[in-house]
Write a protein that binds this ligand. Structure first.
Ligand code: SF4
Length: 255
């Protein structure tokens, strides 16, 4: 028979387990009123949002672990001129991922992808597509700035692409938009592809639909081609709507 002290220890242990369980599911505090919680959220919705939250937390942890693996990377010569490694940012469980070629001057200073003029243009595109910038995930093929903003070289891409591959594996987006020639070639694995010939058509990257389109920096120099990028974005929105419909959801991104 248990004495009072071991009963108390068991209760404390049980409460600790429950708190750890809620913490693992992403709760920052416990729902105090079970009744009002049930009124607000049906059990099916509650379960699905918990699963999503849980998986988002796992993905966030995996991305953090990957960032730690990269450390103060010196695997290629781009390490010499960089100020910061620009890992990427956005939702760990984003449906849509944008991949550019390399950080530029502003990105190198701020350690964030697409924050200069080209970044502002990309943000406008994302918002026009019906998302907030923080709903998607944005990164580059190489994580350090090439000197004088030159194109990243083959050996630099080879040294760095493993990090991008792991990011895509963790996030597992529904669609990738590759921005510009360098990222499109790196992801499709064909050095000869001409972006102007293949943009606007879906490819596959390890089973994930990939839409190549122009890099926002190119669009700043050639604004007449913005409408082509918008056409590509509309195809992406249609595909996202189709897969949402096939899951029985009702989210609708406007085209
Ligand atoms: S570009 Fe990539 S591989 Fe090269 S130093 Fe930076 S993080 Fe490392």
């Amino acid at each position: 028979m248990m004495d009072a002290s071991s009963t108390k220890t068991n209760i404390v242990e049980n409460i600790k387990n429950v708190l750890e369980f809620y913490q693992a599911l992403g709760f920052e505090r416990l729902p105090l009123s079970v009744r009002s919680y049930k009124l607000q959220v049906t059990s099916k919705e509650k379960n699905s949002s918990l699963v999503t939250r849980h998986s988002s937390l796992e993905k966030e942890a995996a991305l953090n672990a990957l960032r730690e693996d990269i450390g103060e990377c010196k695997r290629c010569k781009l390490s010499k001129g960089r100020t910061h490694i620009v890992f990427g940012e956005g939702r760990p469980d984003a449906k849509l991922m944008f991949i550019g070629e390399a950080p530029g001057r502003e990105e190198d200073i701020q350690a964030k992808p697409f924050v200069g003029d080209a970044g502002m243009l990309l943000t406008r595109l994302i918002e026009k597509m019906g998302f907030k910038r923080e709903d998607v995930y944005i990164t580059n093929v190489v994580k350090c700035r090439p000197p004088m903003n030159r194109d990243p070289e083959k050996d630099e891409i080879q040294s760095c692409i493993g990090f991008l591959e792991r990011q895509i594996e963790i996030i597992h987006p529904e669609i990738i938009m590759s921005l510009g020639r360098i990222s499109t070639r790196a992801l499709i694995g064909n050095e000869e592809l001409k972006l102007s010939a293949i943009r606007g058509k879906f490819f596959k990257y390890k089973g994930v639909p990939l839409m190549p389109t122009f890099h926002p920096a190119y669009l700043l120099r050639n604004p007449k081609d913005k409408w082509l990028t918008w056409n590509d974005a509309q195809k992406v929105i249609e595909k996202l709507n189709e897969s949402e419909k096939s899951r029985g959801g009702d989210t609708k991104w406007e085209t």
